[in-house]
Design a protein around this ligand. Structure first.
Ligand code: SF4
Length: 384
């Protein structure tokens, strides 16, 4: 068994303890608070998924990272830091990056009692993951593969020179085996599936694979929002999305924790079916809904450039600062004061709701004024 000594210090992750939920900070501090830093630690990956947020910017060598002393200092300044996410590329691909950046960050988090999530494709040899297992609270893996062809095509869709089919298939098997072995040994492995036109027809197969073959502790469901023109074609209409969620609730294994993140369905939307679905989600056993952390409690830092982005809003909003010049809490406060954040950040305490992010609003509610919705909700429910 793994020596998971982090769990001795931190409260175990469960449906009642999701440290990545931005609403925790509302409860603790009565305001949005910077408590989550995501680090992009490498531009390298053995895959090139078409939908990867960084798939088209991946490189063949990493530049030198910023000095760790600067990164530690910037983290020390985040006094309310509770969670850290490590992403790439594939964070466990480059041994140099693991040695110089990933492990030092993991040790820093461990010493401060901070929860750590790693976003990995889990296709590398198992030893690499076992080596850092004791420092990981959540191993997060994307599973959007309804068919093996989907994996071999979309999983390498952004790669110029395609690997042989046999090599691709081997990675798929490795991914399944790694997930189940790490789960068996006590790691919290959470698989995320995007809701889009490709995954929805195969949701039952994907869910069953996550439960039985990968033995994950959690299945995360996030709608896919269009980050570029190509992905527009795959996005679901609101109606399709709601049907897909109902279907998932029908077919799921009720013993597995299902986390629905960034759903485009809100208590203030005057639609009976929306409200019925929200109620179904609230009442379903082992189901949670999570507010989007991006810009609510999280910033992303690139360890090479020092650039800071509001994660998924990167495309919309670009780089908002650089840790060479600025402290992260100052950057976060400037972001919160920006007209874009001000126009989006609503809060209804009766529903623990923090409103939509910019991608959700633009996609599904371009005409809705959520600040006005907030005002009406506060009148109805007499919230502060
Ligand atoms: S927080 Fe915003 S989106 Fe959520 S119910 Fe209130 S007004 Fe609607």
């Amino acid at each position: 068994m793994l020596n998971l000594h982090t769990s001795n210090v931190k409260k175990p992750i469960s449906i009642t303890n999701d440290p990545w939920e931005a609403y925790n900070d509302m409860r603790d501090h009565n305001r949005l608070t910077l408590s989550n830093i995501e680090f992009t630690t490498t531009n390298l990956c053995n895959m090139r998924c078409s939908h990867c947020a960084v798939g088209y910017t991946l490189q063949t060598t990493d530049p030198d990272p910023l000095p760790m002393d600067l990164i530690y200092r910037r983290l020390d300044e985040v006094t309310d830091l509770k969670t850290m996410s490590i992403t790439g590329g594939e964070p466990m691909f480059s041994k140099k990056s693991i040695r110089n950046v990933v492990k030092p960050l993991l040790k820093y988090a461990f010493d401060r009692g901070i929860y750590v999530q790693m976003n990995s494709n889990l296709t590398l040899p198992l030893d690499r993951y076992l080596e850092i297992a004791e420092y990981i609270d959540v191993m997060h893996i994307s599973h959007n593969w309804g068919t093996i062809d989907e994996f071999t095509e979309v999983g390498f869709g952004a790669m110029d020179k395609q690997p042989p089919l046999k090599a691709k298939l081997k990675l798929y098997d490795q991914m399944l085996l790694n997930a189940s072995t790490l789960s068996d040994q006590g790691m919290f492995v959470s698989a995320e599936t995007m809701l889009n036109q490709s995954t929805v027809p195969h949701m039952e197969k994907i869910h069953n694979e996550i439960v039985h073959d990968m033995k994950c502790q959690r299945h995360e469901i996030h709608p896919m929002y269009p980050a570029d023109f190509a992905s527009q074609l795959e996005v679901l209409s609101l109606k399709e999305m709601k049907t897909a969620i109902h279907h998932l609730l029908d077919i799921r294994d009720p013993d597995l924790w299902m986390l629905f993140g960034t759903l485009p369905i809100y208590p203030c939307i005057n639609d009976e079916q929306d409200q019925a679905l929200l109620q179904r989600l609230r009442e379903a056993p082992n189901v949670t809904m999570r507010n989007d952390p991006d810009g609510r409690n999280r910033l992303n830092v690139n360890v090479f450039t020092g650039n800071v982005i509001v994660t998924d809003f990167g495309d919309e909003n670009g780089t908002i600062s650089n840790i060479k010049n600025d402290k992260l809490p100052d950057v976060f406060n400037q972001w919160l004061a920006s007209p874009l954040a001000q126009s989006l950040n609503c809060h209804c305490s009766a529903f623990n709701c923090l409103g939509p992010n910019v991608l959700v609003k633009n996609m599904y509610y371009p005409q809705t004024n959520f600040k006005e919705q907030e005002r009406k909700m506060h009148q109805i429910y007499t919230m502060s």
